[in-house]
Design a protein around this ligand. Structure first.
Ligand code: FAD
Length: 533
């Protein structure tokens, strides 16, 4: 039991969740003080509460400020000096992970959210959903909410851009509202049931979503530690999109109000050197880029495994055994090679047994083997899958030049014609702008545009992704991709294939939808409400 004076108890109660336990939380403290206190663990024999009292609690004369809800009763300057010394002075980066901040970004284009979300470690994102929220609001001048890149606005493409984006939004707005009464007739339910009404609305959002251009404005929240923010800002400042660089500067400005000590180097000379390195790399590869262009049209979405580990199961077996053995890696490998295939099968089965639902993660031995895929799918699939932080992913410059997808329901409900027209007008404008401004032209790509991307993932992440993204509530187009990834991986694992994805939803909704599609047409014709186009 620690001994605190009455006065100390009063102070500590405001900043620690208990006074005497060995496990406690820190509350009502600036991030910089929490970070400094934690980093003092590595250099001090004192306990944390004692360090706080000795080093950060200011004197009696300032106690009245404490009641005014300010930090003035704390020695924040001392903590900031500490950060200056260890980060800027010694380059001891890990201490910048000991504090974090929440940052809200509003009215950012969907395109600009991606370079942020492509960062992984130490960051958590939440983005306004295109699957549940309407994107057809207008500002007080009656304009749709979309980004107008200066580069295009000041060029001869201005009118083409505005015409195409407005047409996409007009068609989106029409569809997202007008589809709902038709869907209610096609898929009847209890109108009084809010779950039914909500699912009709969500279905309409999903069906209209392919029309949404990447210029559409979204909102996003980021929670991250200081080190992750500093790296994020440093690299975003070298990004080719002007909007992304401006967003990075604004984030830097606001974070300086919350965690200034943690992000100092993003805009320092050190950050500048890093940015130059990134920009130079881009320029050095530019001459090669010309040799890597061509025209290949994909008529259909596809998932193709382009690389896999041929000895995947032996490697997993080796790792399962390794942490349970006292032998060297090579001796163990020699012994495992002598096992019969029946014994190997049994070990792998025992290792994967017992998962009761998809939240029960399989063991880390599955991280030993990797699979790579090229995915050719609508942009919306990229948007949803790139969020998986454990993946390695690479995308090409977004384009509308590879065609687009149309949900069958849009056709059934009689909206195929305006849908096609909007897609084709936008694709023509995007392709014309791309010849001069490939980076800015991406604002005109929409969620339904077919794009190519590459992902590489280990088997443990594949279990997470395949099982999560094949669930019924997922978007049908990424469900197809997740199921295909699952099937192709299973095909390469003779033993594990049968047991590795027990919670993958393998229902052939494509066929079911085909059946449902036929029924819908029959129903539509009978009701006479939805002409087929
Ligand atoms: C039906 C559905 C609806 C969705 N709707 C939205 C939406 O409206 N808006 C939106 O922004 N996103 C939405 N998402 C995406 C979701 O928020 C995640 O971004 C996405 O699922 C990838 O993250 P993950 O944590 O599942 O997996 P990964 O990022 O692949 O991570 C794998 C696992 O590693 C662990 N992990 C990874 N990073 C961290 C970390 N920083 N801290 C703690 N643990 C970590 C977790 O256990 C995680 O499950 C939706 C997803 C689904 C399936």
């Amino acid at each position: 039991m620690r001994r605190w004076s009455q006065k100390e108890k009063k102070i500590l109660k405001n900043h620690f969740t208990n006074l005497n336990d060995n496990v406690f939380g820190l509350v009502n403290l600036p991030e910089v003080i929490k970070g400094t206190l934690f980093s003092r663990y590595s250099r001090s024999g004192k306990n944390l509460r004692r360090l706080f009292l000795d080093e950060f609690w200011r004197h009696r004369e300032l106690r009245h400020l404490w009641r005014q809800n300010t930090w003035k009763h704390l020695d924040v300057g001392r903590a900031e000096d500490f950060y200056e010394r260890v980060l800027v002075g010694y380059g001891d980066n890990s201490v910048a992970e000991l504090g974090g901040a929440h940052i809200a970004l509003e009215n950012i284009s969907i395109l600009a959210t991606k370079p942020l979300e492509e960062h992984r470690l130490g960051l958590s994102f939440l983005e306004k959903s295109t699957r549940y929220v309407y994107f057809d609001r207008r500002d007080k001048n009656g304009d749709y909410l979309f980004y107008r890149p200066a580069e295009i606005m000041n060029s001869s493409f201005r009118d083409d851009y505005l015409r195409a984006v407005n047409l996409l939004f007009d068609t989106y707005s029409h569809l997202v509202r007008e589809l709902q009464p038709k869907l209610k007739r096609l898929i009847p339910g209890d109108e009084k049931d809010p779950a039914y009404r909500f699912s009709i609305r969500a279905k309409a959002c999903d069906l209209a979503r392919p029309l949404l251009p990447l210029a559409a404005l979204a909102n996003m929240g980021i929670y991250a530690n200081g080190r992750a923010f500093e790296y994020l800002i440093t690299t975003l400042l070298a990004h080719p999109l002007d909007e992304v660089r401006k967003t990075a500067l604004a984030m830097n400005r606001e974070l300086r109000k919350i965690i200034p000590a943690f992000i100092k180097r993003a805009t320092s000379e050190k950050g500048e050197v890093y940015r130059k390195y990134l920009q130079n790399r881009r320029w050095q590869l530019k001459p090669w880029q010309k040799q890597w262009q061509g025209k290949e049209i994909h008529k259909k979405p596809l998932v193709r495994m382009v690389d896999y580990d041929r000895s995947a199961e032996s490697k997993i077996l080796q790792l399962i055994a390794y942490s349970r053995s006292n032998l060297s890696y090579s001796e163990l490998k020699r012994r495992l090679a002598k096992l019969t295939s029946r014994q190997k099968k049994q070990i792998l089965r025992d290792y994967l047994a017992g998962r009761q639902n998809r939240f029960h993660k399989p063991g880390r031995a599955l991280e030993e083997v990797y699979f790579s895929f090229e995915i050719v799918a609508d942009w919306g699939v990229y948007k949803d899958l790139m969020r998986h932080r454990v993946l390695t992913r690479h995308h090409q410059t977004f384009t509308s030049g590879l065609g687009y997808r149309m949900p069958p329901y849009v056709e059934v409900a009689g909206f195929a014609k305006p849908y096609r027209r909007a897609m084709e007008v936008a694709a023509a404008a995007q392709q014309a702008i791309a010849k001069k401004m490939p980076v800015a032209s991406q604002y005109l790509v929409n969620h339904g545009s077919i794009n190519r991307f590459y992902i590489r993932l280990n088997l443990r992440e594949a279990v997470h992704l395949v099982e999560l993204r094949s669930q019924r509530q997922g978007h049908p187009w990424y469900r197809e991709v997740a199921q295909e990834i699952g099937r192709q991986i299973k095909g390469k694992l003779p033993i594990l294939g049968k047991i590795v994805f027990p919670f993958m939803d393998e229902n052939d909704y494509e066929l079911e939808r085909l059946g449902a599609f036929r029924k819908l047409i029959a129903k539509a014709e009978k009701l006479g409400v939805v002409p087929l186009s």
